[in-house]
Design a protein around this ligand. Structure first.
Ligand SMILES: Nc1ncnc2c1ncn2[C@@H]1O[C@H](COP(=O)(O)OP(=O)(O)OP(=O)(O)O)[C@@H](O)[C@H]1O
Ligand SMILES: [Mg+2]
Length: 435
């Protein structure tokens, strides 16, 4: 206890606002580090009226701050107090079922439940050497994924898709069907209406009851949108440290990158690839490496990545794909045909499936991939009637299997299928052409 008192920081750090340009506040002092939270007292004196801001950089001995909220009443000379630490949030099991903002406050304006712990939103990723390997499968309850792209507890996967091809619907299905202990879902950069739609339609009461949603809508300042991602990750970490298997879903990591770009450009970073600044590429691993396994529990994570015109080589897609252990590609052509979930199995990969699946399961999955690819390679010939039945036993088999495979990969949004069921169906499909 006494040693604790020794470490209590009673020294208050103050500064003064000198300049405000757009969302950037320049202040002389206080002594602080990047990421520290500051209060800016809007009446010029230390009292209860303040806005919260964060130190995002330094310039010519000035501290550059960005506010968490929209600013109105800041004036030259406003007092700035540094808390000497980054943003903290309250977290605990009573948050399950709630929708929070980026600061961890309930969006419906209610007050936080009692008996919550405090965590920093910025954390170091677990030491790579102390991370247990991923060797247990996690049921997500979507047949195409469980059978063809089996996911492990603690695996991190990107969902690459254009707009309107079914990301939200798929995330909702996973949230409702998965065997993970709880879900944490970060909605970053969506419009308010979309957040509501997701919670009511895609997640539904059943999904909501086992989920903590963190929402940072597009009208929020860039810093808040980034914080949404970090807050959700910190909440997932809290439950991982309690020994749970957590499912984290982030929609979308592209919007997090865009928010960081806004901040980067505002502090004068040079734009690099496609206008993204270097700090965007620095923040990605910092965020994405925090999930996965640690010695207590696991965070399985799905990150959606927006790909314009299905361009998978767009810089954010490229950076994210390099960090994660697999990707699921949602294909507009499939969605247009009503094939939902619109997962393009041939373009998707779970890098851990080889390690997680039985030999029989792997052989069946490889067989189905083969059949799909054989069919698609000859599709044009088949469609114009140029393929003569009997000329290739392989193509004949592919033609016979194709409609069955498509129906196997389809799933109604309210359909819940267990991992074992999916694998058994896959094996049967490969062996008998029926499932
Ligand atoms: N499994 C499914 N079964 C039937 N229809 C689906 C399914 N998944 C998606 N859809 C259809 O696709 C539409 C778009 O889906 P969704 O909103 O999930 O896409 P999104 O990628 O999240 O879109 P946005 O880019 O706008 O966020 C839905 O309104 C629905 O009609
Ligand atoms: Mg959506």
């Amino acid at each position: 206890m006494l040693t604790k008192i020794d470490h209590v920081d009673t020294f208050k750090r103050y500064g003064k606002v000198k300049k405000v340009v757009g969302l950037m506040i320049e202040s002389q002092g206080p002594e602080s580090a990047i990421g520290d939270v500051c209060y800016i007292y809007t009446n010029g004196k230390e009292k209860d009226v303040y806005i919260q801001a964060e130190v995002i950089g330094f310039k010519d001995e000035m501290v550059i701050l960005m506010p968490y909220t929209n600013i109105n009443d800041i004036a030259p000379g406003s007092l700035v107090e540094s808390l000497g630490k980054p943003l903290e949030i309250k977290v605990g099991p009573p948050l399950i079922g709630k929708v929070l903002d980026s600061m961890g406050q309930p969006m419906d304006g209610s007050s936080l439940p009692k008996a919550l712990g405090t965590v920093l939103t910025e954390q170091q990723p677990p030491n790579p050497l102390s991370r247990p390997p991923i060797d247990e499968r996690l049921e997500v309850g979507v047949r195409a994924i469980d059978s063809m792209l089996t996911v492990g507890k603690g695996q991190r996967i990107g969902i690459f898709a254009g707009s309107g091809v079914g990301k939200s619907t798929l995330l909702g299905m996973i949230a409702r069907n998965t065997k993970a202990d709880l879900n944490v879902i970060a909605l970053v950069g969506e419009r308010g209406r979309e957040v509501r739609e997701f919670i009511e339609r895609d997640l539904g009461p059943e999904g909501r009851a086992r989920t903590i949603v963190v929402a940072a809508t597009s009208d929020q300042p860039a810093l808040m949108r980034i914080k949404g991602a970090f807050t959700a990750t910190a909440i997932a970490e809290y439950f991982r440290d309690k020994g749970l298997n957590v499912m984290l879903m982030m929609d979308s990591v592209t919007r997090v990158a865009m928010a960081q770009r806004e901040i980067g450009l505002a502090v004068g970073e040079p734009p690099a690839t496609k206008g993204y600044t270097p700090s965007v590429f620095a923040i990605m691993p910092k965020l994405l490496e925090r999930t996965g396994t640690n010695h207590k529990g696991t965070i399985t994570a799905f990150y959606t990545v927006l790909v314009d015109g299905d361009d998978m080589n767009e810089p954010i897609a490229d950076a994210v794909r390099g960090i994660l252990d697999g990707h699921i590609v949602l294909d507009r052509a499939l969605a247009n045909k009503g094939q939902f979930p619109a997962i393009n199995v041939l373009k998707s990969v779970s890098r851990l499936m080889g390690h997680l699946a039985s030999n029989e399961h792997k052989a069946s999955a490889a067989d189905i991939r083969n059949l799909l690819s054989t069919y698609l390679n000859s599709e044009d010939l088949i469609n114009i009637g140029a393929y003569k039945k009997g000329s290739s036993p392989e193509i004949d088999r592919a033609i016979q299997y194709y409609p069955k495979i498509l129906s196997f990969l389809k799933q109604q949004t309210d359909e819940k299928i267990s991992l074992e069921e999916s694998i058994q169906s896959l094996i049967q499909l490969s062996e008998k052409g029926e499932w």
